[in-house]
Design a protein around this ligand. Structure first.
Ligand code: BGC
Length: 469
């Protein structure tokens, strides 16, 4: 609050005509409560469409069934492996779950890099690399001889027909390995492991990171029925009534739905709120026209929106004395972490200047103030949009259950949510305004996706074993 007040004061000190011009171009990024309500309503309608068998093909939010029906009941135990692909890093984890009354979960993990050429090379190379990392981790822990159950957190849109089959619909977040879209990622991983022949593994479940996060938080808080990620990408999942999930047979109980909300707007329903900067980021991305909501919200794209605005302002003579540096012309050079750093810089604007210097930009004090305002507006809009989506989700669950008042916990993970100084507060405030009949608590998860995959695997193993007796 203090920081934004200071910023407003600083902004007011800009030459009046300059501030007015800046405001004119940022105007469409400042969303009113009415606009946010409208977006939330459209979101709710698209969720309904995604759930319906006939309407699903034209819905942008695909509402993918996950085949996760029950949350851990605390009686799970054993030793599991998890793979976590799809966030900032690729990780391999060993998770030990103990049923000793204290719900103890122990984890060891190793982070491995996924070089950019592997992200965009052949799928076979990518899965060979994953198998290689898994082998090296097992070697290190001296567990190569064991055939352990594994949960695979694969955080991309997938059609699932059962827990251990997951067909990649399309890549997101900078990945574009060939020959994987339309294929079952479990088969691809099994094939890569078999080819090596030096260890064996029991792949039990494929899990989206939102689902892993919900599960992890649900282990400690039984009100947790929603999972949210705001990191490199953005997405949410929640527990839906089976009778509403028309894509899966059966009416009893609930199933977790991976909404794939990043694709909201891909059918054009967000077009009246997208600015020329959003369109530019989308057009120059790896997947034009796809993941439009995600491109307005998540860490992979916010820096790019800011960069596009800065270039536009410089061309109009509003910044950097009209001179664009070569570095600023480079796609993705303005990292989203700069937004967090710039907004954490309360007084001296020192961070802003040093970041701009690093981008080869000679900045005046006015330049720094404008850049800071741009970052604030872009991040605030992202948080509000995210809140509008979340309000639609909690309202849907409340209506499903015919409740006048609904209390729910949302398990959250992701670098943008965790590191940005204002994102979470603005998002919470938006949810409170747009869903006044819901009391929503947000619980941050630590290592949620990898741990959650292990917990889902543990539940599946428990059920499988019970079936064998
Ligand atoms: C993916 C989702 C994922 C989200 C957060 C999106 O790009 O499509 O599956 O949950 O990123 O990682």
């Amino acid at each position: 609050m203090i920081a934004s007040h200071l910023l407003a004061c600083l902004f007011a000190e800009l030459r009046h005509d300059q501030a007015q011009r800046v405001d004119k171009y940022l105007y469409h990024m400042r969303l009113s409560d009415e606009t946010l309500q409208e977006i939330s309503d459209r979101f709710g309608k698209d969720m309904e469409k995604g759930l319906g068998a006939d309407t699903n093909p034209t819905a942008s939010v695909k509402m993918l069934p996950t085949f996760v029906r029950s949350t851990p009941d605390g009686t799970e135990e054993g030793e599991f492996l998890s793979l976590d692909l799809g966030g900032t890093n690729f990780r391999v984890l060993r998770v030990k779950v103990a049923d000793n009354g204290s719900k103890k979960v122990e984890m060891e993990n190793q982070i491995y890099a996924i070089p950019e050429d592997l992200m965009r090379g052949s799928g076979a190379q990518l899965f060979d690399h994953i198998a290689e990392c898994l082998a090296s981790f097992m070697e290190q822990l001296q567990i190569k001889e064991k055939k352990l159950p594994l949960g695979f957190t694969f955080s991309f849109p997938c059609y699932q027909t059962k827990l251990d089959e997951s067909i990649l619909v399309n890549w997101t977040k900078g990945f574009k390995s060939s020959g994987v879209e339309g294929r079952d990622v479990v088969s691809l991983l099994r094939k890569a492991i078999r080819k090596r022949g030096d260890f064996d593994i029991d792949i039990v479940a494929v899990v989206n990171d939102t689902v892993g996060t919900m599960m992890t938080c649900g282990y400690d808080d039984h009100n947790c029925e929603v999972g949210l990620i705001v990191g490199t990408g953005s997405n949410a999942c929640y527990m839906e009534e089976m009778k509403n999930v028309e894509l899966v047979e059966g009416d009893e109980g609930r199933m977790c739905i991976n909404m794939e909300w990043g694709a909201f707007g891909d059918n054009g329903c967000l077009d009246d709120f997208r600015t020329e900067f959003d369109v530019a980021v989308d057009d120059n991305s790896l997947y034009p026209g796809k993941q439009r909501y995600e491109k307005m919200i998540s860490g992979k794209y916010l820096g790019e929106i800011v960069r596009n605005i800065l270039i536009n302002f410089t061309k109009r003579g509003l910044l950097f004395r009209g001179r664009i540096s070569e570095r600023l012309k480079t796609q993705d050079i303005f990292e989203t972490k700069f937004l967090s750093q710039i907004e954490s810089d309360r007084l001296a604007l020192l961070q802003v200047r040093s970041i701009l210097q690093h981008l080869g930009l000679e900045s005046t004090c006015d330049d720094s103030i404008i850049v800071k305002e741009v970052c604030a507006v872009v991040a605030r809009r992202a948080a509000q949009l995210c809140g509008a989506g979340m309000a639609a989700v909690v309202e849907k669950i409340r209506e499903n259950r015919g409740l006048d008042f609904f209390r729910v916990t949302v398990g959250v993970d992701g670098t943008l949510y965790k590191l940005h100084p204002h994102f979470s507060a603005v998002m919470h405030e938006t949810v409170r305004k747009l869903a006044p009949k819901c009391e929503v608590s947000f619980l941050q998860s630590e290592d949620g996706s990898g741990k959650g995959a292990a917990l889902i695997t543990a539940v599946a193993c428990r059920i499988r074993e019970a079936g064998q007796h």
